[in-house]
Write a protein that binds this ligand. Structure first.
Ligand code: FE
Length: 237
């Protein structure tokens, strides 16, 4: 992007009062999944992606139908409801849970969830004495086959740094209070290895079906910023 265009866009964005780098609270308040929907002008990154896409299509290097298929897959086939099904299965089937903890990609593929950005995944289990929290300190590595695309707060600099420096503080901001005797373990995802939290099954759900249990499991619980509650306390699914 040339300097003139960049300056124009920056000025326009400033005039519109757009926030280019949201803090954690702002990122959380954005509704998570549409981080730039409120911006008057697309970010530099989005403009760069659009320019590249047009160029690649124009030169015949990329088939627009293939791009559409990829976008459709991301919108309809991957997402946290997949992860919720994995968690619910682990809650009701002890042998499945063992397979999941030993070899997450294979156990997850048993339920039909398999795609890029998740070839190597590790499931970490919450217990009454251990709470796991997932972050990618470098960028935004995330287990796409089970959680879909990462929410904007997960990609934000405040979350990425504070999850390591002050995990209990981050948890409190998400409304998760942990007793002092619960150990917090922070897992740093990379492009090679992505983590998913297996939350604790809440009390009072003993007679629920697998499908009913899956409906309780939220995305935030599988990242580790929240617990699964019953009755559900809301939050993001
Ligand atoms: Fe990353």
């Amino acid at each position: 992007m040339d300097e003139t265009r960049r300056r124009f866009l920056k000025a326009a964005a400033t005039a519109a009062g757009a926030a280019a780098t949201p803090d954690l609270a702002h990122a959380q308040a954005l509704g998570q999944d549409q981080p730039v929907a409120h911006q008057a002008v697309p970010s530099d990154l989005m403009l760069r992606v659009k320019s590249l896409e047009s160029l690649l299509v124009e030169k015949g290097l990329v088939d627009p139908a293939a791009l559409d298929a990829l976008v459709d897959m991301m919108e309809h086939e991957v997402g946290p409801r997949n992860g919720a099904q994995v968690v619910a299965r682990a809650w009701v089937d002890a042998t499945y849970k063992r397979r999941l903890l030993e070899n997450a990609p294979d156990a997850i593929a048993e339920l039909g969830f398999r795609s890029g950005q998740g070839e190597h995944m590790l499931v970490v289990e919450n217990t009454p004495k251990v709470h796991n929290l997932v972050v990618c300190t470098l960028c935004s590595c995330y287990p796409w086959p089970v959680l879909g695309l990462p929410p904007v707060w997960y990609k934000s600099a405040p979350y990425r740094s504070r999850a390591v420096i002050d995990p209990r503080g981050i948890l409190r901001e998400f409304g998760t209070q942990l007793p002092d005797d619960v150990e917090v373990r922070v897992w740093d995802s990379t492009a090679e290895l992505r983590y998913i939290v297996l939350p604790e099954r809440p009390a009072g759900t003993e007679s629920m079906t697998e499908e009913q249990l899956a409906a309780l499991v939220t995305r935030d619980a599988m990242v580790g910023v929240a617990k699964v509650t019953f009755p559900p306390s809301g939050g993001n699914r």
